[in-house]
Design a protein around this ligand. Structure first.
Ligand code: GLN
Length: 255
């Protein structure tokens, strides 16, 4: 069985790197936390990995807008390397701040050479939203990370999670995950859709399905005991988020 290695990218202000690393390790991958300066000094490092993760946090203090500084750095200094990584079969996941960075580089919805097409901006509520959300997975999406999944319960924690774009672009997105009410119904108002995001979209993939990013945090629910009501409702064997990581590791191992 071949080994899978995941690079977890760190920047000043990243704060979900350790949890993301833990989730990938539970899913069977080896992981390495790599500071962006290390990757900039030696971009060829990326070819040692099959998966690259952009974790959540407040990269560079979210100055100029969440994910913007990291996005500029990635696009200008690592863009070609990341494109080659993707073209050669690599998987990329962005979680929350990572999603914000990936849309601002243009990596999502992609291709990066076409530039930024959508954005993630201030929540309608005008404040940071920190709550558990109900999600449904789009069964028609080619997203590698969400294959075989149906409903998910995952926490969000963001101030700039509202997905915006022109109707032509939004309608063509490879949407992978939607916010729903607790019965799985779409078009549920706030707080089910915590940011007021267009078309209830919580996560999207690129055309290949190998780049995926979402606002909710799957790495914060990989163990049953991370569920807010695990004592009252019973301990689940694993958290809903784990399958996202195991799907990726399984895919990377099989190619
Ligand atoms: N949890 C996160 O990654 C937060 C993302 C970003 N700092 C925001 O508030 O929108």
């Amino acid at each position: 069985m071949s080994k899978v290695k995941t690079l977890i990218l760190r920047t000043p202000g990243t704060n979900c790197d350790v949890e993301t690393s833990y989730a990938f390790e539970l899913a069977g991958s080896e992981t390495e936390l790599v500071h962006i300066n290390k990757l900039l000094a030696k971009p060829s490092l990326l070819s040692e990995f099959q998966i690259m993760a952009f974790p959540g946090g407040f990269g560079y203090g979210d100055d100029l807008g969440a994910g913007r500084v990291l996005a500029n750095e990635v696009r200008l200094k690592l863009g070609e390397k990341i494109s080659r990584f993707h073209e050669s079969g690599g998987l990329i996941i962005g979680i929350c701040n990572g999603f914000q960075a990936l849309v601002k580089t243009g990596i999502l919805p992609g291709p990066m050479k076409d530039g930024q097409k959508i954005t993630l901006t201030d929540n309608n509520s005008g404040r940071f939203e920190c709550r558990w959300t109900y999600l449904s997975v789009n069964p028609f999406s080619t997203c590698v990370f969400t294959q075989g999944l149906d409903r998910l319960y995952l926490p969000v924690a963001h101030g700039e999670g509202k997905l915006l774009g022109s109707p032509e672009v939004i309608n063509k997105l490879n949407s992978a995950v939607y916010y729903t009410d607790k019965d799985g119904k779409r078009n549920a108002p706030y707080p089910a859709n915590p940011a007021g995001t267009l078309m209830d979209i919580a996560g999207i993939a690129d055309e290949s399905g190998r780049i995926f990013a979402l606002m909710p945090h799957p790495e914060r629910f990989v163990r049953g005991s991370q569920h807010p009501r695990w004592t009252g409702e019973g301990l689940k064997k694993e958290g809903d988020g784990l399958k996202i990581f195991t799907n990726a590791v399984k895919w990377a191992r099989e190619v």
